[in-house]
Design a protein around this ligand. Structure first.
Ligand code: PTJ
Length: 254
């Protein structure tokens, strides 16, 4: 039972933290995943803990890019499995994306726990667990290089939420479009991806699903125009300005 009263002024944030802690206790999350959450919380605070204008336009561009994909894949790590398993499955169903488990701190036991959690939430097929289907992504030395030859290896669009920094460039070099969720607009992944959603994944994943549903009624040309008009560098700068404006507002003495 949760020790956090609903009336607590920071209940929402504390409950997300609790989801991660129980994900750790249940063997889904790496120890380092707790630290990653801490860093994200700090950036979320600076952003005012809401989905900003820049994030909304990145979400729209991401939805268009995913709907244009031939083989979209969402990569799931420990934090994502703990924070939004249901949303991952809903997203995959809505967009026809494959789900692949891919860990930085690779660990077979944790992988099994993540697969179990995703299945419990309704996933049918999960890639990244069959050793006979392994392929190597070049230009990367971490365990993330081992991908599924029917999944990330052949994907044209890869969604990599909460990434550690070295894989995005390798995926881009392999000719793939990379979409990430990262509250830190300065991170290497944020700076390297094609589309960076600077928002808490617990807010943005549902918005992405809604956008995919809405845009699925649009034609290919409209989707292509949305993607073409999106500039990730400009969008990241927009996020940094939003942080700056929020800090300016908070630094004013009434
Ligand atoms: O489960 P594994 O082994 O694959 O490991 C997963 C982690 C997240 C531990 C690993 O990929 C890692 O170490 O990542 P980093 O380098 O800490 O980077 C994660 C990025 O995600 C950071 O820039 C965080 O700000 C961001 N992040 C963390 N939690 C959230 C987030 N962004 C959005 N929403 C969050 N809830």
């Amino acid at each position: 039972m949760s020790l956090i009263p609903k009336s607590h002024p920071r209940a929402k944030s504390l409950l997300i933290r609790e989801r991660l802690v129980s994900g750790f206790d249940n063997g889904l999350v790496a120890k380092e995943g707790l630290l990653a959450q801490g860093r994200a919380e700090a950036f979320d605070y600076l952003l005012g803990e809401k989905t900003g204008k820049s994030a909304k336009s990145a979400i729209k561009a991401a939805a268009a890019q995913i709907l244009l994909a031939k083989i979209p894949v969402i990569s799931v790590n420990g934090n994502i499995a703990a924070l939004c398993p249901r949303e991952v499955i809903k997203f995959a169903k809505q967009t026809g994306s494959k789900i692949e488990v891919n860990l930085f701190y690779s660990n077979e036991k944790r992988k099994k726990a993540i697969v179990k959690e995703l299945k419990k939430n309704g996933a049918k097929e999960i890639l990244g667990t069959n050793i006979t289907k392994q392929a190597n992504l070049s230009g990367i030395d971490s365990a993330r290089r081992i991908v599924d030859k029917n999944g990330i290896f052949v994907a044209d669009v890869v969604v990599v939420p909460l990434e550690d920094g070295d894989r995005t460039l390798a995926l881009r070099r392999a000719g793939k479009k990379v979409i990430t969720f990262d509250l830190n607009p300065l991170s290497r992944t944020s700076q390297t991806a094609n589309i960076t959603i600077v928002d808490n994944v617990t807010r943005a994943m549902n918005l992405l699903i809604e956008n995919c549903k809405k845009l699925s009624k649009k034609n290919k040309k409209t989707l292509e125009t949305i993607v073409k008009n999106f500039d990730n560098k400009k969008n990241l700068a927009g996020n940094i300005i939003e942080i700056k404006n929020n800090l300016t507002k908070r630094s004013q003495i009434a």
